[in-house]
Structure formats: C-alpha cells, structure tokens
Ligand binder design. Structure first.
Ligand SMILES: Nc1nc2c(ncn2[C@@H]2O[C@H](COP(=O)(O)OP(=O)(O)OP(=O)(O)O)[C@@H](O)[C@H]2O)c(=O)[nH]1
Ligand SMILES: [Mg+2]
Ligand SMILES: [Zn+2]
Length: 358
C-alpha cells in the first residue's frame, strides 16, 4: 500500500518506536484510532481518514475485549476500495482501564496512548471526594499523569474551600477549577494541553466534558446535554472520540461513567499519604487494628488521617485484589485451553523431562 503523505502522524503523537514497530508488519500502514462505534473504527493514516474493521485473524487471536483497538491506539491497516482492515494493534504506552459493569466483568480500555487523564468533576451536584479517590487510583495506574478539573465553578458559592478539599485527597495532582460559562480558567487549560500530547477527559455524565471540549475546539459539533429536554441520568455522549486542537494537542471525549470498576489501581501515588504512614508502623505486618506503635491508628486518632479516606482506601484495595485474582483465573483458564489443565500440563512437562534424561 503506497500513500501520499498528507498527514504527519508525528504531530498526532506517533513515536519513533511505534513507527518502527509498525514497519515490522507487512500487511499495511500505521494509523491512529480516532473513534470507535460498535466494531467500526474511524482511523487516521498518513493519507487521511479511513473507516475500518478488524480482520478475521485479529478477531480469532483476540481473547479479551481489551485486546481490541481502543480510541488512541495505533494499528496496522490495509485498504481495499475505500474500506480498511485492521491487522494488528501496536503496543500501548499507557491506557485508562476500567472494569466494565455487567455480568461478565471484563477490563475495558477507555483510552489508549494518553499522556494525561483529566478527571472532570462538577462543583455542583456531582461533587464526591470518595469517587474522586477511586478515579485517581485508577488514573495513576494508567501510566498517564492525572489532573483534576473542577467544572461549573459559576454554580459554586465557595470554590476555594471546595478546591482545598479536593487537593487534600489528591496529593501531587494539579487541581483546576473552571467555568465554561464565565470562561474562567479556560486559557490556562488550553495552554496545558501541549502539542503532540493526548489527554483523555473522563468523569460522570453531565459534568460538562463535551461542553469543555467543544469550547477548546471552538466548535459546537459535540452534542451536549440540553437540560430542558433530557431527563436526569441520561448519557449524552455515546462513544469515545479523539480530536486534535488547533494548538496541536489532542483530546479524547468519553461517555460519562455511572460507576468506575477497579481493574488496576496505583495506591503508591493516589494514597501516598497512607502508604507513607504504613511504613512508620512498628511492625512490618501491622494490620492497623490493635497493634502498638501503629502510625495509621495514631493518625486516625489525631485527625491527621480522615477515617472516610482510610476506609475508602481499604475498600479499593479489596477491589483491586479481587480484580487481580480474576486475572489469575483467566490465566489458568488459558492454560487449561492450551494444555488441558494444570495437571495435564505438569504431566506433559514431566514426560518431556523424563525423555530428556534418557
Ligand atoms: N453552569 C454551567 N453549566 C455548564 C458548564 N459546563 C457545562 N455545563 C452544562 O452541563 C450540562 C452537561 O454538559 P455535557 O457537556 O453534555 O456533559 P458531559 O460530561 O459531556 O456528559 P456525558 O456526555 O453524558 O458524559 C450541559 O447542560 C452544559 O450546558 C459550566 O461551566 N457552567
Ligand atoms: Mg459528553
Ligand atoms: Zn499500623
């Protein structure tokens, strides 16, 4: 497949490593996933936009939903009479992954190859610190740098107090309060989205993600919630989509999440205050319940550590453990499929060893 170079994908975040990885495949050219809707992908190649589907081989080799391309991914695509076929998904440098709600709890990639995760939370009805802690734990695990965007500042009577409370549960994270109504904080946000970098906007439904992205793009293309027409709890954005801003930065709009299930979490960053306290407990295996010299208990007693924050930390850790356990089960399932179970595999290994000994 030869191509006219209309787009320099370097400006769309393509690194030398990924370009090199793509060149190892013979089937097609490199492209970025801009949009995905029910198995139909909108891609950008160096020659321009292209609609594509997954090849049969790709589908056959994919075991989990997270194996499939997500918005932001780099893929290898070939084209025949205007329709693209995706042959490979290239290595991800980062990904925001949630545990999808539903019967089969599975990892779902919300956005891939992102540099930043902007966790959006409204300063009005949506404000919830425990949920924010959950988002931060998952966002830190993505490999991208999280930031908190507090939206609808115009609807808030005490924005300074609210910002302060958010900063307390988000150690080491930039917190920005803004309003699309009054335009306050927008310039700083625009400047923060640097050329060639990709930022995913995530958060509950109705916090104003699409409104903000429309404003950054100077466009009205994205549908936003019309408060007069649509009832509460409805999601306005229905699929994920990547845009490049005039300044050269890229943003990904995502549908609001009702719940963010934990698939992986990074506690060292998101709960660094608690992790640091744990190191000060007298006993390395301290359960933080009745032991003497427990730094956690002391901090809870003195009020330095908020009880609700600590309880949320424990809860999220249980969830992360459970998710890890699940992925181990998936591994075992895979072994079973390939070798007919662990016992069968052990016997085969023993047979091979015996044979080699002879
Ligand atoms: N007062 C005020 N309202 C805002 C602001 N930003 C957004 N809104 C309103 O909030 C509502 C929801 O905005 P959306 O942009 O659709 O929210 P969303 O986060 O994209 O929601 P989903 O697509 O469902 O996830 C709309 O009615 C916006 O007009 C703001 O800064 N101030
Ligand atoms: Mg939206
Ligand atoms: Zn302790």
């Amino acid at each position: 497949m030869t191509q006219d170079r209309l787009y320099d994908l370097g400006g769309w975040g393509l690194s030398e490593e990924t370009r090199e990885e793509a060149s190892r495949y013979r089937e097609g050219v490199v492209a970025r996933v801009m949009e995905e809707q029910r198995g139909l992908y909108r891609l950008l190649t160096e020659a321009g936009g292209l609609s594509a589907r997954i090849s049969g081989k790709f589908r056959f080799q994919s075991r989990r939903p997270s194996d499939y391309p997500a918005v932001g991914d780099w893929v290898v695509v070939s084209e025949a009479s205007g329709v693209g076929v995706i042959h490979h998904r290239l290595e991800r440098t980062s990904s925001f992954v949630r545990r999808a709600p539903g019967r089969r709890e599975e990892a779902q990639v919300v956005a891939a190859n992102i540099d930043g995760v902007y966790i959006c939370m409204a300063m009005s009805e949506d404000f919830n610190l425990r949920r924010l802690e959950r988002y931060l734990a998952v966002a830190w695990d993505s490999g991208a740098v999280p930031a908190v965007i507090l939206t609808k500042k115009d609807l808030c009577d005490n924005p300074e107090e609210m910002t302060r409370r958010v900063e307390q549960v988000a150690p080491g994270v930039e917190v920005t309060a803004l309003s699309v109504m009054t335009e306050e904080g927008l310039e700083a946000l625009e400047a923060a989205i640097e050329p060639g970098r990709t930022i995913a906007f995530i958060g509950s439904s109705g916090v104003g993600k699409s409104t903000l992205i429309n404003r950054l793009r100077g466009s009205n293309e994205l549908r936003t919630r019309d408060l007069r027409k649509i009832g509460k709890g409805k999601h306005t954005t229905t699929h994920r989509q990547l845009f490049r801003l005039e300044g050269g930065g890229m943003v990904i709009d995502t549908p609001g999440m009702r719940e963010l299930g934990v698939e992986g979490a990074d506690f060292d960053h998101s709960f660094r205050d608690i992790e640091a306290l744990k190191d000060k407990c007298r006993f390395a295996d301290c359960s933080h319940t009745t032991e003497a010299g427990c730094a956690i208990r002391e901090a809870l007693d003195s009020g330095d550590l908020d009880w609700e924050r600590f309880e949320n930390y424990l809860k999220l850790q249980r969830e992360a453990d459970y998710a890890r356990m699940n992925s181990r089960e998936i591994e075992e399932e895979k072994i079973k499929r390939m070798f007919g179970g662990k016992e069968a595999m052990k016997q085969r290994q023993k047979a091979i060893r015996d044979k080699n000994r002879r």
